[in-house]
Ligand binder design. Structure first.
Ligand SMILES: [Zn+2]
Length: 148
């Protein structure tokens, strides 16, 4: 990633999310204690709580709204970008990823995940080991479902 910086402050990372939301017409709500994460993010929260973190972001897709706690580390920055990718990448939300009963089609969902991460990497100011870690952990939870 030759277009990436070596480092950025947390304030710069948060500002970057603010700027991208403006640029891509996504409403951004930053709350100290957001409580309505969707399932994917709930898993991520559990992972973050287990590793000492306490933040998550929530993509409300119908309303094109991103609800998140203030960014406190690079993993959260990567996840916030990833959630934006679900809104902004043309393949970030595929029509057949859930059936009429809301049951997930894992193969299609994985395609959505990959597209959202592609968008995240493309737009990121930095892509550190922490960012990559967020990607690896996120994808692993989906790939595990395929193997099951
Ligand atoms: Zn995702």
């Amino acid at each position: 990633m030759s277009n990436k910086r070596d480092s950025a402050t947390l304030i710069e990372l948060q500002q970057h999310i603010v700027d991208l939301c403006k640029a891509f017409d996504v409403e951004l709500v930053i709350e100290p204690t957001a409580t309505n994460a969707h399932a994917e993010l709930k898993r991520f929260v559990q992972m973050m709580v287990a590793s000492g973190g306490r933040q998550y972001v929530n993509a409300v897709k119908e309303e094109r709204r991103l609800v998140m706690m203030p960014i406190s580390n690079e993993m959260y920055y990567a996840v916030a970008l990833h959630e934006l990718g679900h809104f902004c990448h043309p393949g970030g939300r595929l029509p057949n990823s859930r059936d009429a009963n809301g049951v997930i089609n894992v193969k299609v969902a994985i395609e959505e995940e990959e597209n959202a991460w592609t968008w995240a990497i493309h737009h990121a100011l930095i892509w550190t080991m922490g960012c990559q870690d967020a990607l690896d952990k996120g994808m692993k939870s989906y790939l595990k479902q395929v193997a099951a």
